[in-house]
Unconditional design. Structure first.
Lengths: 195, 132
């Protein structure tokens, strides 16, 4: 049996035996090597054979987005800090999250203006317009008056049903300012600036 | 001193430096990081023109509208010189269907004209069209 280094444990071997230390099962964010907000980090394949990933916390207009945490099956804030669980939270990609042609999942920040105040984005965490990071299958999601999309990174796999290797690329390298501008009946336009 | 962009409460990026032209029908409505223009003139081949703006200090929507003050004038305000150059020589068509060729006078105190019917707003102007 050969044991390789991995995330969440340390492994030491000598002529007297080996030690397997899982006391840092959920490493700190620094331990994940993130260098900037919204960095797609710690991409790996879980026991179920699906790609899982984490996203370093960032902000859009000073609001921390949500991520669909596959472990708890709930949407949680990227800056969640909870003892005993992985921080930032972990998302999972399944077949529906990939573009079949490019074998790529587009890690997208989705936001929308508040339905009541019109502020962008909504700060109502219970609203679908509150910023959320999702794994999309569309390389160019179409903005609407109520939803805006910006791709923060991509994960491309060798096989969308049984991935064994993956490539990660990063589009956004910092938190964002974003403005929504709507003219007449035209669909609103959204502009982002990295900060 | 340079201008600071990236506000924390209001238009932060393009919203702070780009606008449509106020056509005398009303100003845009501003929210946090969101601005909506229900009326005005905007370029048909692009997005917006530069706002009359000192970020974080002042935001002014450029304007071009027919006004009556003892006589009719087409008066512009807050339109930078480069955008003015795109407008001078263009034909302004008013809501009354009357037309006027824009001169530099519109940007320097007002371009006088004598309509047969009182206009309310500019319907089209070269590359600009009225928001509907």
């Amino acid at each position: 049996m050969k044991i390789q280094p991995g995330v969440g444990y340390t492994f030491d071997s000598s002529s007297k035996g080996f030690t397997f230390d899982t006391s840092e099962q959920f490493p700190s964010r620094d331990g994940l090597g993130a260098t900037h907000p919204f960095q797609v980090i710690n991409v790996r394949i879980n026991a179920g054979g699906n790609v899982i990933y984490q996203v370093q916390s960032g902000r859009i207009n000073n609001i921390v987005p949500l991520l669909d945490d596959y472990i708890s099956s709930t949407t949680v804030l990227l800056d969640r800090v909870t003892a005993g669980v992985a921080d930032p939270p972990t998302a999972e990609l399944t077949l529906a999250n990939y573009d079949a042609t490019t074998k790529t999942s587009y890690i997208v920040l989705r936001s929308g203006p508040d339905a009541t105040t019109n502020d962008f984005p909504s700060s109502d965490v219970t609203s679908a317009r509150y910023p959320q990071v999702i794994g999309g299958n569309d390389p160019a999601p179409t903005d609407t008056d109520t939803q805006a999309f910006v791709i923060i990174g991509t994960i491309t796999v060798d096989n969308v049903t049984t991935p064994t290797t993956f490539t990660v690329s990063q589009n956004v390298t910092g938190s964002l300012w974003g403005d929504r501008i709507k003219v007449g009946t035209d669909t609103a336009l959204y502009f982002y600036a990295r900060i | 001193m340079g201008f600071l962009i990236g506000d924390s409460v209001t238009f932060a990026t393009w919203g702070a430096i780009r606008s449509v032209i106020n056509n005398g029908e009303g100003l845009g409505a501003g929210y946090s990081f969101n601005v909506e223009y229900a009326t005005g003139l905007y370029p048909t081949d692009g997005y917006f023109i530069r706002a009359w703006n000192t970020p974080r200090t002042f935001f002014g929507q450029p304007s071009l509208q027919p006004l009556f003050s003892g006589g009719y004038q087409l008066i512009a305000g807050g339109i930078n010189t480069q955008d003015q150059a795109q407008i001078v020589g263009e034909t302004a068509t008013f809501d009354t269907s009357e037309t006027l060729t824009v001169t530099t006078d519109a940007f320097t105190g007002g371009q006088s004209f004598t309509p047969t019917v009182a206009p309310a707003y500019v319907l089209s102007l070269g590359k600009f069209t009225r928001i509907t």
